[in-house]
Design a protein around this ligand. Structure first.
Ligand SMILES: [Zn+2]
Length: 408
């Protein structure tokens, strides 16, 4: 049977409809629907450090970044379609003495309690997430899922048993180092130079303990050699909860393409941060650097009250805002995100913006702006399945791998 001219015409029309490019408006609608539907997680929110310590600061209320510098609360998480966040128990690197270890452990414990208090106070709005399944389960119940992480292995000093304590308190991610080397390994930003050439012997024991407990190892802030050794030593994929690409901005905090490929080859994930000085090259700012040294000197004594510590954190933001230097934009952030996807693949990239911890760029000032990322990814030509992995699937996968290893 031959096709009539009429049926050929119909076929051509049908193909015409199918092949017609999606308009910008249609893409925006599709992006919004996708973003609302999928599980989304930001793997690095410093809300416990910046906001939860402030007297009277209420996470269930909407705040304005331009007024109080905070970048995450429940109303803005809802606006931004952010279903889950990893709340960070962060400790400043300080003296490596028994007294300082004890004080910093107590600081970390208080941070855990602050997050637990949020979950207890607002059970209708959020819940603590302890497993990979908990996040999507809480999302289905219309609640924000709160995961917990440690930033800086200094929080255990030299006491590996604290890993179990923190795990029992809900930590599921463990960042080995911050700025400055510690007893577990070398930082990407040491005061002097490498001390261990990667992991220390204790750091290697910590890797085993993390694997045994089901703690996902976080290599952000670690020196390249430390990351490389973490990738090789860990029996489960590791995560960089808030990092960037050296190929786009040559900063010590960022990782180069080879290391990203090594991480991906072992199933790991790199989550893109939004800290301006890691996204674009900013001119040195001695005044800001001096203020940071003063802030660290004050907190190193660990005798600060919560109000004092919170005021110091806010002060840093205020100074940055006043100086208004070198702020990156959403496009700068996207350059890093797209590059990481190109190099590591969509199965190995995610979002960890470091909101409330120095993150936030022009156009992505707080968590309420996150739907823009989904729109940009679709506009870039990524599939909806890939966007879903980037926003949450990859993080859940590494969590599941850590859980499975712990059960063995
Ligand atoms: Zn950090």
């Amino acid at each position: 049977m031959t096709l009539s001219r009429f049926s050929l015409l119909c076929l051509a029309c049908a193909f015409g409809v199918l092949l017609r490019a999606e308009t910008g408006a249609e893409l925006a609608v599709r992006a919004a629907a996708l973003h609302a539907r999928i599980f989304t997680i930001d793997t690095h929110l410093d809300t416990p450090t910046l906001s939860l310590r402030r007297t009277g600061w209420d996470i269930s209320q909407r705040h304005v970044q331009a007024v109080d510098f905070s970048q995450c609360d429940f109303p803005r998480m809802r606006d931004g379609g952010l279903k889950a966040g990893v709340f960070v128990v962060y400790v400043d690197q300080g003296a490596r003495t028994p007294a300082a270890f004890a004080a910093i452990r107590d600081n970390a414990l208080r941070s855990f309690l602050r997050v637990h208090a949020v979950a207890e106070r607002f059970p209708d709005q959020c819940g603590l997430a302890l497993t990979a399944d908990d996040g999507p389960r809480l999302m289905a119940a219309g609640k924000r899922a709160i995961y917990l992480s440690i930033e800086n292995g200094y929080a255990i000093g030299k006491d590996l048993t604290l890993l179990k304590t923190y795990h029992e308190l809900g930590a599921r991610f463990f960042g080995f180092v911050h700025n400055g080397n510690n007893d577990l390994g070398d930082s990407s930003q040491p005061e002097t130079g490498p001390e261990w050439n990667g992991l220390s012997p204790l750091g290697r024991e910590a890797v085993k303990e993390c694997n045994r407990l089901g703690l996902v190892i976080d290599g952000s802030h670690a020196a390249d050699e430390t990351v490389r050794q973490l990738v090789a030593a860990s029996q489960t994929p590791i995560i960089l909860t808030h990092s960037g690409c050296k190929a786009i901005c040559d900063h010590k905090r960022n990782v180069d393409d080879n290391l990203m490929r090594e991480l991906a080859a072992r199933g790991g994930v790199i989550q893109m941060n939004t800290v301006s000085q890691f996204l674009v090259t900013t001119p040195p700012n001695p005044e800001l650097a001096r203020a940071e040294v003063r802030r660290l000197a004050r907190s190193a004594g660990a005798n600060q009250t919560d109000a004092e510590a919170a005021e110091a954190a806010v002060g840093r933001y205020r100074l940055r805002a006043e100086m208004n230097t070198g702020r990156a934009t959403l496009d700068d952030f996207l350059k890093h995100l797209f590059h990481a996807i190109e190099v590591a693949g969509a199965d190995h990239v995610g979002i960890g913006a470091d909101m409330d911890g120095g993150g936030g760029v022009v156009g992505l000032e707080d968590v309420s702006h996150y739907p823009k990322i989904t729109l940009a990814l679709l506009r870039r030509g990524l599939s909806e399945a890939d966007v879903e992995k980037i926003w949450g699937g990859n993080t859940l996968r590494v969590l599941r791998a850590a859980e499975a290893r712990a059960k063995q």
